[in-house]
Design a protein around this ligand. Sequence first.
Ligand code: SF4
Length: 86
Amino acid sequence: MTDGKAHVEYDRENCIGAGACVAANPDWWSIEADGKATLRTSTFDEAKKMWVLEIDDADVQKHVDAAGVCPVTVIHVYDKAGTKLV
Ligand code: SF4
């Protein structure tokens, strides 16, 4: 990320479908037919092998909340300076 926005990285392959992220942040997360969560409007980064979504500063805390309840820590949030928050 080079444009100075906060972002979320999500390792969907290792999601176990616990659904905690959906409960914490239903505006952005949902469980799909394959039993795994999807981060809405994210795009897959082939290099990172992660689903990535740039977010506004106002939404950072909601994503930190979702990441914090994931039992397998496959959700990570970075602030606009690129510092990993969770
Ligand atoms: S909380 Fe983690 S393991 Fe559970 S559905 Fe969300 S991303 Fe997947």
